[in-house]
Design a protein around this ligand. Structure first.
Ligand SMILES: [Zn+2]
Length: 239
């Protein structure tokens, strides 16, 4: 999971969503009503998706797992718990069907003061609560962060296929970054295509974690052959 910048919605799209929120309210404000309205809100959903897709990294990857293609508009605060936020732009993210329908579902853990214990990558930096261990492919909470812990559990961020995928992505990224660096040193225009392919690949969180490695740790993690290339990559493509 990496930080994503939420872009402002156009004024007419915002107006459209406000109108639909009004309908939820006037038709009873229940989650059942909100769900039915959302199901048939083809134009608002298209506008939301059009605005969300440029925010997603790579080839429109899931904003939670960074692996599968994002197919679903997720309500961060579920319709069941907040029907009046069904058409709230700040409550919409793009997710893969597994993260949305199998992992998160209607879950929305909160602490004793009612603060949400899930990371919204469009509202905060996941690195404040989560650390990706590149050599194991697993996420761990930062300083026992309850929000980090709940995010890992609710989204299933350490499910086996994701851990395996991150390990493979890490090996590929080391190799790609070394290739990219050699091409840059040769002033070969193909370097840009290699960089673009890597940035569009699944598991961009792996590349993101690599760029954030501390200089004292980087040689042990990526190996001495990749360190210089990673420094150059960080200068050119640092997040
Ligand atoms: Zn996902």
């Amino acid at each position: 999971m990496i930080p994503l910048r939420r872009i402002p919605l156009s004024a007419d799209a915002e107006k459209l969503l406000t109108k639909w929120t009004g309908r939820v309210s006037t038709e009873g404000g229940t989650s059942k009503t909100a769900r039915e309205l959302w199901r048939n809100a083809h134009t608002p959903k298209r506008r939301v998706r059009d605005a969300l897709e440029p925010m997603a990294r790579g080839n429109v990857r899931c904003m939670y797992c960074d692996d599968s293609r994002a197919t679903d508009i997720d309500h961060f605060q579920p319709i069941e718990k907040a029907p009046l936020r069904t058409f709230d732009w700040a409550n919409h993210l793009l997710a893969c069907s597994y993260c949305n329908s199998n992992a998160k579902r209607e879950l929305y853990p909160v602490d004793h003061s009612g603060t949400c214990l899930l990371i919204d990558p469009t509202a905060e930096d996941p690195a404040d609560h989560l650390m990706l261990l590149l050599l194991s492919g697993e996420y761990v909470p930062v300083k026992n962060s309850p929000k980090g812990q709940q995010t890992i559990e609710v989204f299933g961020l350490n499910r086996r296929e994701l851990v395996k995928g991150r390990l493979d992505a890490f090996d590929r990224a080391c190799s790609n970054i070394r290739d990219w660096h050699l091409l840059v040193q040769d002033s070969d225009a193909h370097a840009d295509r290699v960089a673009r392919a890597l940035l569009d690949s699944p598991f961009i969180d792996v590349v993101h974690a690599m760029t954030r490695l501390k200089p004292t740790v980087a040689p042990k993690v990526v190996g001495p052959r990749t360190v210089a290339a990673l420094d150059a990559w960080r200068s050119a493509h640092g997040f």
